[in-house]
Design a protein around this ligand. Structure first.
Ligand code: PRT
Ligand code: ZN
Length: 286
């Protein structure tokens, strides 16, 4: 359909599951059979292209897809002209320089005149330029972490998450050069009609993200401490207060961020709050 928007998502890999989960949480239904490269949603004007993550920035820049979900590392490396609409908070990782564990590391000058293996020559090149370090960049597409042990390079620059891959290969992380998470990107030349669909999708994504950050809290409190408790969990506009069957007690319902809840839990209990329930929120529209 002409007025469908197309979203490029990773076919299979570290971004796929969370990308599809987010789309489903936005209430969008589609069939995602194994091996399919394309799918159309049944209840929202969107179709999906399932691609390798490396291709997503280019497809979005060229307008083959209108939106894409990709790691910032891949986006910056590919250096394509697109707009980042939203950070998505998953697939977080960092791009780091690492060297053999036994080596002494005096600072980034260590890499002067050395060979560094990486799949991210642009990000690494920009970083070295900024630091005025002259090193040879050896571009390889996979298994970067074995480069030092086979004599291909003296250091590496690769994605790190837990750090266990580096450790298993006798390497240590010495510089973090880039932080990444999944982002939603948009083609720069969308029609007005497509913009409107994108806005609808963004509205839903915002509601999902806000819902995740907040919790619905219910508690019982003696009426005498209601003022104090309301000040601790102020809610969206103000909390709902309902009388309990037992005289002198109320039930307080409110919405607060999970962080705020944990920060205030001791004070809530000290103020006499009891029977505290914390319930996840699926979507939240303010
Ligand atoms: O097939 P396709 O090209 O689509 O996928 P891919 O193999 O290129 O990418 P994939 O699925 O591995 O990763 C997709 C994106 O997930 C990356 O571009 C990052 O933005 C993000 N991401 C998050 C990661 C990691 N965490 C991660 N740990 N990408 C890769 N790794 C690898 C890393 O390369 C290293 O080999 O995991 C290893 C390090 O992990 P730890 O936990 O041992 O430190
Ligand atoms: Zn890839």
């Amino acid at each position: 359909m002409e007025n469908n928007i197309r979203i490029a998502v990773q076919k299979s890999g570290r971004l796929s599951e969370e990308s599809l989960k987010l789309i489903k949480e936005c209430g969008i239904k589609f069939y995602n059979g194994t091996g399919k490269l394309k799918s159309t949603a049944t209840n929202f004007p969107v179709e999906f292209l399932f691609l390798r993550d490396d291709d997503i920035p280019g497809y979005v820049a060229d307008g083959v897809a209108d939106l894409g979900i990709v790691g910032e590392n891949e986006l910056v490396e590919k250096n394509k002209e697109v707009t980042i609409l939203k950070k998505l908070g998953f697939s977080k990782c960092r791009l780091s320089l690492a060297i053999p564990k036994g080596e002494e590391y005096p600072g980034v000058g260590y890499f002067e005149g050395k060979n560094i293996a990486t799949s991210y020559p642009k990000i690494l090149g920009d970083y070295l330029k900024l630091k005025q370090v002259h090193a040879e960049i050896h571009e390889i597409s996979g298994s970067v972490e074995i480069a030092p042990s086979i004599g291909l390079a003296e250091g590496i620059c690769d994605i790190v998450s837990s750090g266990s891959t580096l450790m298993m290969n006798g390497l240590k992380e010495v510089e973090e050069i880039f932080q990444s998470e999944a982002v939603l990107i948009r083609n720069n030349g969308l029609s007005v009609e497509k913009h409107q669909i994108v806005e609808k999708l963004l509205f839903r994504m915002d509601a999902v993200q806000k819902g995740k950050k907040n919790k619905y809290v219910l508690l019982n409190a003696p009426n005498a401490s209601l003022d104090k408790i309301i000040s601790l969990i102020p809610g969206m506009r103000s909390p709902t207060i309902l009388p309990l069957a037992e005289n002198g007690w109320s039930s307080v319902h409110s919405v607060i961020s999970e962080d705020q809840f944990w920060e205030n839990i001791e004070e809530l209990r000290a103020a006499g709050a009891q029977g505290i329930l914390v319930i996840p929120i699926e979507k939240m529209v303010i």
